[in-house]
Write a protein that binds this ligand. Structure first.
Ligand SMILES: [Zn+2]
Length: 419
């Protein structure tokens, strides 16, 4: 009797599917341009649907174009275990971001079919619409609608640069489906993805167990002083926004460097007005991006940022305004899913790293409605959102084996009908 623990994916077959999918929207430098709801996306979806149907899955299409392939379990009343990711890419994207998680899911279904393994819970494989946000905003749109984070009618009206709406583009590629775009109960949700950062490669490890996703807060800091001549104005009689900024900047970076390894602080833009060489500026505006996996810590970082700005005002006579203009709450993945992933890795004798994702993923939305977990594999040089994005075949295979183990841990193997 096959217990599931001896099952392994066929890495060569998975790799061939990745290569075949990469031919759709292939770019000259070896990447992919298969942006959401374009004709390339249609072709990629068509290929996925044909593969899933060949494997005996039912495939449903919902109103926002999400695809869910289903391999029935022995007890249809139980909530399914869901795998999933996305097939859309950046305009100059790679072959692995999103695609890997989807095609590894197909490979797992094929392995289970060939071994005739039955699970009590059904297994589902989702392809979420417009994860990248390259053509339509917001990113992670399909999973966001499915989990109730975004309203369907609002996102159907979102338009690309040419004024084409999501509704029109979905109709044009034939993927405005009949099924309601709303979540059903899930036993667990897993997403397998390339890391899109350098940590695993640097540590020489093949598997990252993702425990959560960084919270993000964006601020605009405006510093207003008194414009004056660079020559005649004595240093102690200035209200100089750049002098204030010089006090603030080291402390902003300190907010992150004092909280290793996950604290992040980035000043991505500076605008000075009037921005002239021999005039003390009237105003300097900067953007501040703070990240941490723990919301309470982010609250403290924000409080410290406000205190830092207040001290700079006092020291320089400059007036400051600090406004938050965006936030994405930190996500902590389910202990049960993290444990299933760890168990699968232990079973294969694989040493794992515990990671927090710095990028957003569909799993951020899924985690609001279901126990959710993510697995990372390294990508070469940590490079992603780039045509040169690349991953080692051995890592690709191992990641899929860990996903297989985690899914079976949650889906309850009842045995093999052929044995
Ligand atoms: Zn992705």
């Amino acid at each position: 009797v096959i217990d599931g623990e001896s099952l392994r994916v066929d890495g060569a077959r998975l790799w061939r599917r990745i290569e075949e999918m990469a031919e759709i929207g292939a770019t000259e430098r070896g990447g992919c341009n298969r942006q959401a709801l374009t004709d390339g996306d249609r072709q990629g979806r068509d290929l996925f649907v044909s593969w899933a149907r060949q494997l005996g899955c039912d495939v449903t299409v919902d109103r926002i174009g999400n695809l869910i392939a289903r391999r029935s379990g022995t007890d249809d009343g139980l909530p399914p275990v869901l795998m999933g990711s996305h097939l859309d890419t950046q305009p100059t994207g790679g072959r692995f971001d999103g695609v890997y998680g989807v095609l590894a899911g197909l490979e797992i279904i094929e392995v289970l079919n060939r071994a005739a393994v039955d699970t009590r819970h059904s297994i589902e494989l989702a392809v979420w619409t417009n994860e990248e946000g390259a053509r339509f905003s917001p990113a992670m749109l399909g999973s966001g609608v499915w989990t109730g984070t975004f309203a369907l009618d609002a996102v159907l009206q979102a338009a690309d640069r040419d004024g084409v709406t999501v509704r029109t583009a979905l109709d044009a590629i034939g993927y405005a489906g009949p099924v309601a775009a709303s979540a059903h109960p899930l036993r667990a949700a897993f997403e397998l993805h390339i890391e899109q950062g350098p940590i695993l490669e640097r540590a020489g490890l093949q598997i990252g167990v993702v425990t959560g996703v960084q919270g993000i807060r964006w601020y605009d800091l405006g510093l207003t002083g008194t414009p004056a001549h660079a020559g005649p104005t004595p240093m102690d009689l200035r209200q100089d926004p750049f002098q204030a900024l010089s006090l603030v900047l080291p402390e902003i970076y300190g907010l992150a460097t004092s909280r290793p390894p996950w604290g992040r602080a980035t000043v991505g833009n500076v605008v000075a007005v009037p921005g002239v060489r021999n005039t003390i500026p009237e105003r300097v505006d900067i953007s501040v991006d703070l990240r941490h996996p723990d919301e309470a810590t982010l609250d403290v970082m924000e409080a410290e940022l406000r205190a830092v700005v207040g001290r700079a005002e006092k020291a320089t006579g400059v007036t400051a305004t600090l406004t938050e203009n965006f936030r994405s709450d930190a996500v902590r993945f389910s202990d049960a899913c993290v444990s299933s992933i760890r168990t699968a890795a232990d079973h294969l004798g694989v040493i794992t790293a515990e990671l927090v994702s710095g990028a957003g993923h569909d799993s951020v939305h899924l985690a609001r409605i279901a126990p959710t977990g993510m697995i990372f594999i390294p990508c070469r040089g940590g490079i992603s959102h780039n045509e040169l994005e690349s991953a080692e075949p051995a890592d690709v295979t191992l990641g899929a084996d860990i996903l297989l183990g985690a899914v079976l841990d949650q889906a309850d193997v009842v045995g093999s009908s052929s044995s």
